[in-house]
Design a protein. Structure first.
Length: 443
């Protein structure tokens, strides 16, 4: 038996959830598939706690929409405020998970299936005709959205892909994160680490201990410093402080092998941290059960977004999303991270063409697997960028299902921006109301 939807979204991380919500809110009948037992993706299951930059240099938010629904408290501040007393904006992954569940449950046009991923794809020319899940269910849709982190659906559909940096294909290093609580903050030089200044002081203290241990050969971690972010309660820390190189998440068993290596590095760092009086009795809250993978497949689209676009503050006629986060490349060899701010306005446009899979007629990308170079990917891969990408993909998919028989290239960017603006998302460019559009916000 085959079931039919207007839009099928594969992958329920930030991009997939935002895509499914946007499509359903635009009137489409949507199926969201997630291979794991729970939704949430990296932001829940391998979190870093940090709410990444989503303001331009004039402090104007350039990621609104569903991102603001997920982190409403963050909009009381600017992620471009770098004063020492400014708060370091962070989230609790369990709160984010509950928010995801509540938003998904509120949409009557949306069906969520966890523990069920895409097993195979049947093509009809350049169109996906149907998919078969790994539970044996056959599903068809007018439009498909690949919101898997590693472009898995697109790969099954035979789409061309890129991996890693140009030249050698090396991918960004991966990380196994862990959390600590019961920290004796009064034994730190600056007891309050919720501010930028306090957190920088904490990093300096812990990095001094860590580098001494490295000199003594007590860790094999290639990372040069200790990085941790506070939870909103200001009492716990989430450590993003190891680099595991050579991890290709598209290869079977690679993540499991990397996690074993990561656990060794976590144990080494915990032993080092306990040498500091503030951490002597600290508790280990958790070690993530999933690796933090920064890079996998990037699907070739109608346009490949590149570093020059990001650093040149690109403005595209087919703009459907924006990103303000830095170029942030974790060295594939484990060396120092390359961080480059977006200059000028502090943000760039993401074009619709980068979401359109070049080798198909009814497949969009709605996560970090969009069409971009290694360098550009290092910027838009975070939740602020990915949520905007997902919301745009879901909106475009609903419009394609309604107006163009699933032909994604026939959807006008002006239509997408019009509906995104109704969803209170940041857009720039001309707006055109789709023909006979009935807004879900009208009576």
């Amino acid at each position: 038996m085959k079931t039919t939807f207007d839009v099928l979204v594969a992958g329920a991380g930030a991009g997939g959830i935002c895509a499914a919500l946007a499509a359903a809110r635009s009137g489409a009948k949507v199926l969201l598939l997630e291979k794991a037992d729970k939704v949430g993706g990296t932001g829940v299951h391998s979190p870093v706690s940090l709410i990444c930059k989503f303001h331009g240099t004039d402090h104007r938010p350039i990621n609104l929409g569903i991102h603001r629904e997920l982190f409403p408290f963050a909009y009381l501040h600017s992620t471009q405020d770098f004063r020492p007393r400014a708060p370091r904006l962070t989230y609790d992954e369990q709160d984010l998970y509950q928010k995801y569940l509540a938003l998904l449950a509120a949409e009557p046009m949306l069906t969520v299936a966890t523990g069920e991923g895409v097993q195979s794809v049947q093509m009809s020319g350049r169109r996906i005709a149907e998919i078969c899940t790994d539970l044996g269910r056959k599903v068809s849709a007018a439009v498909y959205i690949d919101a898997t982190a590693n472009g898995n659906l697109s790969a099954m559909a035979g789409c061309r892909a890129m991996k890693g940096r140009e030249g050698d294909g090396a991918l960004q290093s991966a990380t196994l994160v862990f959390g600590m609580g019961n920290i004796d903050k009064k034994k730190l030089i600056v007891p309050e680490f919720k501010t930028r200044g306090g957190l920088s002081s904490l990093w300096r203290e812990l990095t001094a201990l860590y580098r001494k241990a490295k000199e003594e050969g007590r860790t094999v971690n290639p990372k040069s410093s200790v990085v941790a972010f506070p939870y909103p309660d200001g009492n716990r820390l989430l450590f993003n402080s190891n680099e595991i190189t050579g991890v290709d998440p598209t290869m079977p068993g690679a993540e499991e092998e990397a996690k074993q290596k990561g656990q060794v590095l976590v144990n080494e760092l915990i032993d080092i941290l306990r040498e500091h009086p503030a951490f002597k009795e600290a508790s280990i809250e958790f070690v993530a059960h999933k690796m933090g993978i920064r890079e996998g497949r990037r699907i070739v689209g109608d346009y490949v977004l590149n570093e020059a676009d990001c650093l040149g503050e690109a403005r595209f006629e087919d703009m459907i999303a924006a990103c303000a986060y830095e170029i942030d490349i974790h060295d594939p060899e484990g060396g120092p991270t390359r961080m480059v701010n977006i200059p000028g306005s502090g943000y760039y446009h993401i074009p619709y063409r980068s979401l359109v899979a070049a080798d198909t007629e009814n497949l969009l990308m709605g996560s970090r697997c969009i069409s971009g170079t290694h360098e550009a990917h290092s910027s838009y891969r975070v939740i602020s960028g990915v949520s905007a990408i997902g919301q745009a993909a879901g909106t475009a998919a609903a419009l394609a299902a309604k107006y163009t028989g699933g032909e994604i290239r026939q959807v006008r960017p002006e239509w997408i921006r019009y509906v995104l603006r109704e969803q209170v998302q940041f857009v720039e460019g001309d707006l055109v109301c789709p023909p006979d559009w009935k807004s879900p916000y009208s009576e």
